[in-house]
Design a protein around this ligand. Structure first.
Ligand SMILES: [Fe+2]
Ligand SMILES: [Fe+2]
Length: 274
């Protein structure tokens, strides 16, 4: 089974760029085209929030237009740049919420089970998982404690060494970890928000963040400077669930922008030996 993980597309309205600079919507279209044509076929796409940039209905409409070209089943959770109302209005099939007031649900149709969590407090940049959301998670995990399961949410519950997102914080991260630690079947905790592709061991599982679609945060571990971003071609993470039940996670760059290749080794070994 192949699961693609994308995040933080920060779609701008038609005719606009994110922060007036980043062609995030165009990169999002290219990323979707790339996933559509990937061989073998990707089974499922998980989108961990900040689909829009500001957010406005114009951005949500454009995001829905772009996502209508995705030929693979996909699911979303909100980020701090989205609103729940717009997500439910413009992308309702992608977030079949089961918890009143929050976009939380499970996906049961695949070998891997997915549990989607809503870490947003609207109007605040940081993450939150309150008792209501965590109790729901605990109950869902208790239903099928043996089945390989991925969690998806926008905010990672740890500090990544990024001044801006570390400062945003995560209310309930300890309690979240206490729930996660009770179960041994959580193969990944997929997150966005930090605009970087990273893996971190946490509470007997792995937190995996994927890069943003167009605007990557610049890593500055001095934690002293205001955060900066750079415009880079998009990428996505591809989680390969193999026949032995292991998960291998790859970063897939979207070719055809300013990244040359692929080059066939055979051809270039011949060039080298000349
Ligand atoms: Fe973001
Ligand atoms: Fe975010």
């Amino acid at each position: 089974m192949l699961v693609a993980h994308i995040s933080d597309s920060h779609v701008a309205e038609y005719g606009k760029k994110a922060y007036g600079l980043a062609p995030t919507s165009e990169y999002f279209e290219k990323c979707i085209k790339h996933m559509n044509s990937f061989e073998p076929k990707i089974d499922l796409v998980l989108i961990t929030g900040d689909i829009c940039g500001n957010p406005t209905p114009g951005e949500s409409r454009r995001a829905a237009d772009i996502l209508s070209t995705l030929k693979i089943p996909y699911y979303t959770v909100p980020g701090n740049h989205d609103t729940r109302d717009d997500l439910l209005k413009y992308l309702p099939k992608s977030c079949p919420t089961e918890l009143d007031g929050f976009i939380q649900y499970t996906v049961e149709d695949y070998d891997l089970r997915v549990i989607a969590l809503d870490s947003v407090t609207e109007g605040m940049p940081g993450g939150t998982l309150c008792k209501k959301r965590l109790d729901w998670l605990d109950a869902k995990l208790a239903e099928q404690p043996q089945r390989p399961t991925m969690l998806m949410l926008h905010h990672p519950p740890i500090k990544y060494g990024v001044h801006e997102t570390d400062t945003d914080g995560f209310i309930g991260s300890e309690e979240f970890g206490d729930v996660v630690e009770k179960y041994s079947n959580i193969t990944r905790v997929l997150c966005g928000h930090v605009h970087m592709s990273c893996h971190a061991g946490w509470r007997n599982t792995v937190i995996s963040t994927t890069a943003a679609i167009g605007m990557q945060l610049v890593l500055d571990l001095t934690l002293k400077k205001d955060s900066a971003f750079s415009i880079q071609p998009p990428s996505y993470q591809l989680h390969y669930h193999n026949a032995d039940g292991e998960i291998i996670s790859n970063v897939i760059p979207v070719r055809g922008l300013d990244t040359p290749g692929p080059f066939m080794f055979e051809e270039y070994l011949k060039v080298e030996s000349k």
